[in-house]
Design a protein around this ligand. Structure first.
Ligand SMILES: *[C@@H]1O[C@H](CO)[C@@H](O)[C@H](O)[C@H]1NC(C)=O
Ligand SMILES: *[C@@H]1O[C@H](CO)[C@@H](O)[C@H](O)[C@H]1NC(C)=O
Ligand SMILES: *[C@@H]1O[C@H](CO)[C@@H](O)[C@H](O)[C@H]1NC(C)=O
Length: 368
């Protein structure tokens, strides 16, 4: 990840040149050109176009992402609406009225445009979604330093779409988050698309020149791009390893208890996100009721009841009601299991000092 960000920053040398009444942003510096020694040394620098005037998150992010690909790695960004200029460019985003990946044309404003990401997602794409759809796997594979065909690449590709990209596509295309006529209860002005929007020149700014506007656009690219890279980094460094831990623990569940309804986390990690998805994928039936894990700080063990779904608090099988709200001796005498520490009032979590203790609690709870 650092690699991608560093490469990107190195390329962000702002040499502005006049080009057919447009501006060229960002020209590769000589150091970067020198180290792409694998490619033909005299290959002309690619030029990627997008519209001038006020900008949005989608093309700012699209321009950032496309420069992370091999094909457009040190591309200049040309901001114009002049069709004669756009015609000469190597890629065009968010303007031009054409979606044709074979010619790297990625506009989404034309009548009849209905492209979606696919893989179960049906939100109409913006220019960012289009770039992601066509280049996302390449960018992610680079970050993971694996082949594009590696299954982790596709896994991240769809999950980063879900957790980061889809909202940008939806907001750009004016698609509401909820199916409701109700007015929102409060204004939400802090999401990425809103923050990028605020980087546009203010009407009160005295200098409304194309140069100022291009500088602002570059800040927009950096803001949207760094958050995109943060999301890729989080998924690669944290989300994916947690997923494999949960998967391994699910596979080993029958060794813990023949019911298959109790799993032990061999290492504590954010497991909730993955559990529901993996249960479906691995066709786990009956579903898991309890997760056992060791609390990092106290070293005590916890037994946690799995909620009926990711966004619900209600448990599939809460710890037995007679146990709830009890502690220590009182709890141990109620459960008949020595060393019990607590069971939460709602029955979603309990503790014992040892692994054997929480396992005994989970086993007994299953039967009650
Ligand atoms: C876009 O740039 C052209 C020059 O290329 C200029 O004439 C036009 O006013 C600009 N449009 C906006 C909205 O700034
Ligand atoms: C604001 O909107 C963003 C993007 O739609 C969303 O991710 C975020 O959760 C919203 N914040 C609140 C407080 O609803
Ligand atoms: C619960 O923890 C205590 C303290 O470590 C231990 O003595 C007891 O055996 C545990 N319970 C069971 C059933 O193992």
């Amino acid at each position: 990840m650092l690699g991608l960000m560093k490469l990107f920053n190195q390329n962000l040398f702002l040499l502005r040149k006049n080009f057919a009444s447009s501006f060229l942003l960002m020209v590769a510096n000589s150091r970067v050109r020198a180290f792409s020694a694998g490619s033909p040394t005299n290959a002309p620098i690619k030029r990627v176009g997008t519209h001038n005037g006020s900008f949005h998150c989608d093309e700012a992010l699209g321009c950032f992402m496309i420069r992370l690909t091999d094909k457009f790695s040190v591309a200049e960004i040309v901001r114009t609406r002049d069709p004669q200029v756009l015609e000469t460019l190597d890629a065009v985003l968010d303007v031009g009225g054409v979606y044709d990946p074979s010619r790297d044309r990625y506009d989404h404003h034309q009548k009849g445009f209905e492209e979606v990401f696919g893989h179960g997602f049906s939100t109409k794409l913006s220019s960012a979604g289009l770039v992601y759809k066509h280049f996302g796997m390449e960018i992610i594979a680079k970050e993971l330093q694996v082949d594009e065909g590696h299954p982790d690449v596709f896994r991240l590709f769809t999950n980063i779409y879900r957790s980061f990209m889809e909202a940008i596509d939806a907001i750009d295309n004016g698609i509401n988050q909820y199916d409701t006529e109700q007015p929102p209860r409060y204004v939400n002005n802090t999401h990425l698309s809103a923050r990028v929007g605020r980087l546009n020149l203010d009407w009160m700014d005295a200098d409304q020149s194309a140069e100022k506007e291009n500088e602002a656009f570059q800040r927009a690219m950096n803001l949207a791009g760094s958050e995109f890279l943060d999301s890729v980094r989080f998924h690669a460094k944290s989300w994916l390893p947690a997923r494999s831990i949960v998967m391994d623990c699910l596979s080993a569940r029958k060794d813990v208890d023949p019911s298959g309804e109790i799993i032990v986390l061999t290492r504590f990690c954010p497991w909730k996100l993955h559990l529901y998805e993996l249960e479906e994928e691995m066709k786990i039936d009956p579903p898991v009721k309890y997760i056992l894990y060791q609390d990092d700080r106290s070293k005590h063990w916890r037994v946690q009841a799995v909620a009926i779904s990711l966004d619900k608090f209600e448990s599939r099988k809460p710890l037995p009601s007679p146990w709830r709200g009890l502690r220590d001796e009182g709890l141990s005498s109620e459960t008949g299991i020595p060393g019990c520490i607590f069971v939460h009032m709602s029955g979603f979590i309990g503790g014992n000092q040892t692994y054997d203790g929480v396992l005994a609690m989970a086993r007994q709870a299953l039967k009650l």
